[in-house]
Write a protein that binds this ligand. Structure first.
Ligand SMILES: [Zn+2]
Length: 69
């Protein structure tokens, strides 16, 4: 089992439980965005992103700017 701080892992609609993506399989940009989970099934490209605080802050800032327009 992969260690995670989530109570429940994200699931693929087709294959079920997903696994935490290893850090060495992520670009710096992906690591910045947050925590990625991939479907463990071979050739299934389903992935889930849990946004990092840094990404959430940027999205909130963009929303504020869009609202001010
Ligand atoms: Zn899948």
């Amino acid at each position: 089992m992969t260690t995670t701080d989530l109570a429940t892992l994200p699931t693929c609609n087709t294959h079920g439980q997903m696994t935490l993506r290893p850090a060495d399989r992520q670009s710096a940009e992906q690591r910045w965005c947050g925590t990625w989970y991939d479907c463990a099934a071979h050739r299934c490209l389903t992935s889930v992103l849990l946004p990092s605080p840094a990404l959430m802050a940027q999205l909130a800032e963009q929303a504020t700017r869009a609202g001010a327009r």
